[in-house]
Write a protein that binds this ligand. Structure first.
Ligand code: ZN
Length: 296
C-alpha cells in the first residue's frame, strides 16, 4: 500500500505525516517546539488545533458570509468556502465525502442552490480537503479544477472506488473566472506537491478587498531537499500576496471562531484583518525551519 492510499483509507491524512516525521526524526516524540508571538507550538499541538476531534471535523459550523460574495460552508475544523456569482458558484474544498451533505445544508441555509455550484477547487490533495470532490460533481455536475502537481495524488483518492474527477488542470498563475469573480491559483507546494493558494479581489459594498484562501503550509512528514525547495519558494511567495482577508484550510489558521463571535450588526467585519494575514505563515515557517535544523 503506498502512502497516498493509506491517506485515503485512513482518512487522518495529516496524522500520518506527523507520525512519519516523528519516526524519522529519531528524537523525542513531539518535537521540535517553536515559539511564535508568545505561543508555543509542536507538531502535535498544530495538528490538534487544526483537526480537533472527529466530531469537530463532521459538525456543521454556522454557515456565514465572510466578505462580499465569499461564504463559509464548512465544519468546525475543516474549511469549505462558497464563492457566489451571478453565473453560478465556486466551491473551495469538499472535505471528507461524509461531510458533503452538511456542506449542502449550509449552502441551502444561506439561501443558495447546491446545484448552482459550477466549479470545485481544492487547496490540497488530502482526504480531509478533497475526498468529497466526486460526490459533489455527481450531485451538481460541477467541473473539478486541480493544480497539475496534485493530480497524481488526487487520482489515487478514490472513496468507495470512485474515480477522482479532474476536468481542468491548473498551472501556477492560472485564472478561474465565473460571472464577475476571478480567482488566481498560486502553486504553494510543500505540504503536497500541488498545494494551491487562491486569491481574489472581492467587492463588499463600496470597497474592494484582497481575499487569500491559503493552502496548508504545514511541513508534515519527511522534508526532502526537493520538498524544502518547494517550501522555501512557497513561504517567500505567500508573503508577497496582497491580503486584506486571510482564510485557511482549517478555521483555526485564521481564528475563525473568535472572529465569528466578534461580528456585530453594522460593526466592522472582523474577517477583514490585514494585520494578521501572515500569522499562520509565521507559525508554519518557524516550525519548518526548526524541523530542518533538528533533522539535519
Ligand atoms: Zn493535509
Amino acid at each position: 500500500m503506498n502512502r497516498q492510499s493509506m491517506l485515503v483509507i485512513g482518512g487522518a491524512a495529516c496524522l500520518i505525516g506527523v507520525l512519519q516525521a516523528q519516526q524519522q526524526g529519531g528524537g523525542p516524540a513531539d518535537s521540535p517546539a517553536v515559539s511564535v508571538k508568545g505561543k508555543t507550538y509542536t507538531p502535535a499541538s498544530i495538528l490538534a488545533r487544526n483537526m480537533g476531534t472527529t466530531a469537530d471535523q463532521e459538525t456543521q459550523f454556522p454557515p456565514h458570509k465572510v466578505v462580499g460574495n465569499v461564504y463559509y460552508v464548512g465544519t468546525k475544523t475543516l474549511s469549505s468556502f462558497l464563492v457566489v456569482t451571478e453565473q453560478g458558484h465556486i466551491l473551495i474544498d469538499t472535505t471528507y465525502e461524509r461531510n458533503v451533505a452538511t456542506i449542502k445544508k449550509s449552502v441551502e441555509q444561506l439561501g443558495f442552490k447546491f446545484a448552482d455550484i459550477k466549479i470545485v477547487l481544492g487547496n490540497h490533495a488530502h482526504g480531509d480537503h478533497q475526498e468529497g470532490d466526486a460526490a459533489v460533481k455527481a450531485m451538481t455536475g460541477a467541473m473539478v479544477w486541480a493544480m497539475a502537481e496534485d493530480v497524481p495524488a488526487l487520482k489515487a483518492m478514490m472513496p468507495g472506488g470512485k474515480e477522482h474527477p479532474v476536468d481542468t488542470v491548473l498551472h501556477d498563475g492560472d485564472k478561474i473566472s465565473l460571472g464577475s469573480t476571478t480567482l488566481v491559483a498560486h502553486l504553494t507546494a510543500g505540504h503536497t506537491r500541488g498545494a494551491t493558494t487562491y486569491t481574489a479581489r472581492v467587492k463588499d459594498g463600496s470597497n474592494t478587498y484582497d481575499v487569500v484562501f491559503f493552502s496548508s503550509l504545514r511541513a508534515g512528514g519527511t522534508v526532502t531537499p526537493a520538498i524544502a525547495a518547494e517550501f522555501d519558494r512557497t513561504f517567500a511567495l505567500v508573503r508577497k500576496l496582497p491580503c486584506d482577508v486571510p482564510l485557511g484550510d482549517h478555521p483555526a489558521e485564521y481564528d475563525m471562531e473568535a472572529k465569528f463571535a466578534k461580528r456585530t450588526a453594522g460593526g466592522p467585519n472582523p474577517f477583514i484583518d490585514k494585520g494578521h494575514c501572515f500569522d499562520e505563515a509565521d507559525i508554519q515557517e518557524a516550525m519548518y525551519r526548526a524541523v530542518i535544523k533538528e533533522r539535519r
